[in-house]
Write a protein that binds this ligand. Structure first.
Ligand SMILES: *Cc1c(COP(=O)(O)O)cnc(C)c1O
Length: 369
């Protein structure tokens, strides 16, 4: 049997490098609560991500939940259902009503031309997703937000290091959430961050991260515990040293996939967006079963038989989760539904070899015969 290939594999620094980074913690005994590593990583990431302000969190989901809470929203929030559970759950857990907008058929992000039809007097924000690291129509979205006085929080979980017109993607909108989960391009084992524009907002956000504590004796917000610990931050400091090389290696695999799968009738490959420097986070293909000759599910099963584990990211749509049934207006999202039913995200990580990419592509192409 051929060796197992999972959809992703976490990158690790050498044991020596990580040990060197954490060794000092045995002297300081300062393990969490905005320690030295935490502060150093914050500064390095502000620089690397090219954002004005950044706050670190213990995971991306908590970062998003608190980013929404700190914005003091009410009523309805326009978002997309073609995302990881976290995006919609963070909205709902803030007591807000998700209003599902359809996606663009080519880059799978929110279809900005459909947002205005969904705005009501109850709408307070737009929470779009830079899905797979593809960027949303950020200019059009800020135009709409300005016109209707809406806040914009991006779920940028997939967009670490992505730039648009030479600017860090986290500098668009009022705030952006990045995930540093082990499966993401850059990770701190578990972790996340929020980049934001407004300093006052940042004050509220960082208080929410620490139980709402303002100072000794004053608890001014309904907070939670969202603090990143020193071992997480140390992993981030190590991984950040290698991130450029990491992204270059992913790029090689992506080029391999493109070479072997381009021009195959019935396969839609990720697009290259203009003015965007990408991070090669994912390689989703959309399979038209009629034209290709096999369905997404058939391809996924065939790969599994060869010990290759691709993932149906993102299926099902969040709008169809059983925990939301009967609570919200039915989502009119035909494109999201089609993409969700036909998309397959192929294995992609820095250590994936060209031979493995070839093996995966050959297996995919064989299913149509
Ligand atoms: C990973 C992810 C999150 C949540 O991040 P965690 O760090 O795993 O909590 C949120 N949104 C999207 C789109 C993600 O892929």
């Amino acid at each position: 049997m051929n060796s197992k290939i999972l959809v992703t594999q976490s990158s690790m620094p050498s044991k020596e490098e990580y040990w060197k980074e954490i060794e000092g913690l045995w002297d300081s005994h300062w393990l969490t609560n905005m320690g030295e590593k935490h502060d150093l990583l914050t500064a390095q990431l502000e620089h690397f991500l090219d954002v004005q302000n950044l706050a670190l969190f213990n995971n991306g989901h908590m970062a998003l939940e608190l980013a929404i809470q700190a914005m003091d929203l009410h009523g309805e929030v326009i978002t997309t259902p073609f995302t990881f559970a976290s995006t919609t759950q963070a909205i709902v857990r803030n007591g807000l009503t998700p209003v599902f907008c359809d996606i663009d058929p080519v880059n799978y992000t929110i279809d900005a031309s459909k947002i205005e039809f969904l705005i009501t007097e109850k709408t307070s924000a737009i929470i779009p997703v830079h899905v797979y690291g593809n960027i949303c129509a950020v200019d059009k979205i800020s135009e709409i937000a300005e016109k209707y006085h809406l806040k914009v929080i991006y779920d940028a979980a997939h967009a670490f290091g992505v730039t648009y017109r030479g600017r860090g993607i986290g500098s668009y909108g009022d705030a952006s959430m990045f995930s540093f989960h082990a499966t993401k391009v850059f990770h701190t084992i578990e972790g996340g961050a929020v980049s934001y524009r407004d300093k006052e907002y940042g004050g509220r956000l960082t208080r929410l991260r620490n139980f709402g504590i303002q100072d000794e004796g004053t608890v001014s917000e309904l907070g939670a515990n969202g603090k990143m610990n020193e071992f997480q931050a140390a992993m981030g400091l190590c991984n950040l040293r290698h991130i450029k090389e990491e992204i270059q290696k992913r790029k090689k695999s992506v080029e391999g996939y493109r070479e072997m799968l381009v021009d195959v009738p019935g396969l839609q490959l990720p697009v290259l967006q203009a003015d965007v420097e990408t991070n090669y986070a994912y390689f989703p293909i959309v399979i038209d079963p009629q034209i290709f000759g096999a369905s997404r599910d058939e391809v996924c099963e065939a790969l599994k038989k060869q010990n290759i584990f691709a993932r149906k990211y993102f299926y099902p749509l969040t709008s169809s989760f059983s925990c939301y049934q009967g609570k919200y207006k039915d989502a009119n999202v035909p494109i999201a539904k089609y993409i969700s039913e036909n998309v397959l995200t192929l294995p992609l990580y820095a250590e994936l070899s060209m031979a493995q990419v070839k093996r995966i592509c050959e297996c995919i192409l064989k299913t149509k015969d």
